[in-house]
Design a protein around this ligand. Structure first.
Ligand code: PBG
Length: 310
């Protein structure tokens, strides 16, 4: 009866797996603050995506860790950059399914660790960064990305990317906008995994204040006006109200990112035997769905899919 009358459901169709691929390593490297998550080699990534496809996971999102970083994040749009190589490999491996998404940002590629180019005074230069994001989107689409996902929270990023994609023969490449991305303390483990902690300052100049929910509507409306196809709230559990209000206000697919810190807290408590990790994982993801997310980016994707299948 509970199954029949459930208002929300969690299925493998709702899961997107975030994956890290690192240049210049011979074997996958575990991410200590994210038990079960690794930095992949190109080869181990191929195998992982094949396994996720076999489980029926409909999409993956790739984050690259380049061997070398510089001020402008040159590896991000290099045709031979780590994510572009991965996209071509995976296209070859899996064909059209799963959907291949790529994070469009600079922080993994810049030596200073910020999501944009810096001005002479060391501030992130919003407008100069837009050209970089546009160029990254083209490189990713050329390499086979179905979806590009700008995560830097620069004003105008969606419009700049849409224009660039359309002008380069990629009108069919979709944009998943990180529209309501908060300046959260929950991204710490990701910064270990992607080796992208800012070398000075923080990201409060471009990411949203956790106090603000109405602002999320404004940010999302702007992204949609610029051509976003899908929008995202990030992190997830502390922002269920924001997910619900976006769901009410807009008719496009709404995604939520269950981020690294949310995953790490769950794994740490489960490892201590303080909670039932599997049960909490499913409860959390179901709650994110109930709040109104159509799909969830989560490091739990594989284990939850395996459980749902069994
Ligand atoms: C930025 C980016 C971040 C995450 C996804 N894209 C880090 C940040 O904003 O500092 C965090 C995801 C997570 O914590 O799981 N490219």
């Amino acid at each position: 009866m509970r199954r029949l009358t459930a208002e929300a459901r969690l299925s493998v169709d709702d899961l997107v797996a975030p994956l890290f691929v690192k240049e210049g390593i011979d074997a996958p490297e575990p991410v200590v603050s994210m038990p079960g998550v690794v930095q992949h080699t190109q080869e181990s990534l191929r195998k992982e995506v094949r396994a996720l496809a076999d489980l029926g996971i409909p999409a993956v999102i790739l984050f690259g860790v380049p061997a070398a970083k510089d001020a402008r994040g040159s590896g991000a749009d290099d045709p031979d950059g780590v994510v572009q190589v991965a996209l071509r490999n995976l296209r070859d491996e899996v064909g059209d399914d799963p959907v291949l998404m790529a994070d469009d940002c600079l922080d993994e590629y810049t030596d200073h660790g910020h999501c944009g180019l810096l001005s002479a005074s060391g501030e992130v230069d919003n407008d100069a960064t837009l050209e970089r994001y546009a160029s990254i989107a083209i490189a990713q689409a050329d390499a086979g990305a179905d979806v590009v996902a700008p995560s830097g929270m620069m004003d105008g990023q969606v419009g700049a990317i849409r224009t660039a994609l359309d002008a380069s023969g990629h009108a069919d490449t979709a944009i998943l906008a990180y529209s309501a991305k908060y300046a959260s303390a929950l991204y710490g483990p990701f910064r270990d995994a992607a080796e992208c902690a800012p070398q000075f300052g923080d990201r409060r100049g471009y990411q949203m204040h956790p106090a603000n929910a109405r602002e999320a509507l404004d940010e999302t409306a702007a992204d949609l006006a610029e051509g976003a196809d899908m929008v995202m709230v990030k992190p997830a559990l502390a922002y269920l109200d924001v997910i619900a209000s976006l769901r009410d206000a807009f008719d496009v697919p709404v995604a939520a990112y269950h981020v690294s810190g949310e995953y790490a807290m769950l794994k740490a408590a489960a490892a201590n035997g303080w909670i039932d990790g599997d049960a909490v994982a499913r409860e959390h993801l179901l709650a994110i769905r109930r709040a109104g997310a159509d799909f969830v980016l989560t490091y739990l994707a594989r284990e939850v899919a395996e459980h749902l299948q069994s």
